[in-house]
Design a protein around this ligand. Structure first.
Ligand code: IMP
Ligand code: MG
Length: 185
């Protein structure tokens, strides 16, 4: 049997650390959206694990909706040109929308999503990202809620994949370099 844990060079953020920090984010979001009924928009598939845990720490009526996007072309680097594979089920016009992302790397994917959602006239639009890679600065949209700032390493687990694997690890880890060809973001 292939033990996924054996492929991890080091644990970057443990399950306990994730739980604690997500609880803090949930408290902050609960306070900031008091009296409102926000729509959490998760970006499939990486954000799913974070989204369901975050939603359960928010003490407000929330709706959950999902979008799936894919970068155009064969390029391994994000180009910012994005195709919508699955759109939201419901209108967000007049709603308080909180986009939930797993990780912001270049920020290009997120920038496209935010611009696309803004065109639908939500009452407000904010972003919550579990992870932000430290190189992300200049062009990306500003992120309202950040779980952790992490170094520029390829991480897997807790929803994040390498070639669709490792999403179900309960912690965030760095893949052993010999398993990672650097071409599968
Ligand atoms: P961006 O457009 O460069 O910000 O790309 C963001 C997307 O790339 C994320 O939603 C992830 O799907 C993927 N990604 C970026 N960095 C990592 C990583 O370290 N591990 C797994 N997926 C990543
Ligand atoms: Mg991916």
């Amino acid at each position: 049997m292939h033990d996924l844990n054996d492929d991890i060079a080091k644990i970057l953020i443990s399950a306990e650390q994730l739980t604690r920090r997500i609880g803090e984010l949930g408290q902050q979001i609960t306070a900031d959206y008091r009296g409102k009924e926000p729509v959490l928009v998760g970006v499939l598939k990486g954000a799913v694990v974070f989204m369901v845990d975050l939603a359960r720490t928010i003490d407000l009526p929330v709706e959950l909706d999902f979008m799936a996007v894919s970068s155009y072309g064969a390029s391994t680097q994000s180009t910012g040109v994005v195709r919508i594979l699955k759109d939201l089920d419901r209108s967000i016009s007049g709603r308080d929308v909180l986009v939930v992302e797993d990780i912001v790397d270049s920020g290009l994917t997120l920038r496209y999503i935010v611009e696309n959602l803004r065109d639908r006239q939500p009452a407000s639009l904010r972003i919550c990202a579990l992870l932000r890679k430290q190189k992300v600065r200049a062009p990306g949209p500003s992120i309202d809620y950040v779980g952790f700032d992490i170094p520029d390493e390829f991480v897997v687990g807790y929803g994040l994949d390498y070639a669709e694997q490792y999403r179900n690890l309960p912690y965030l880890g760095v893949l052993r370099p010999e398993l990672y060809r650097g071409d599968q973001v």
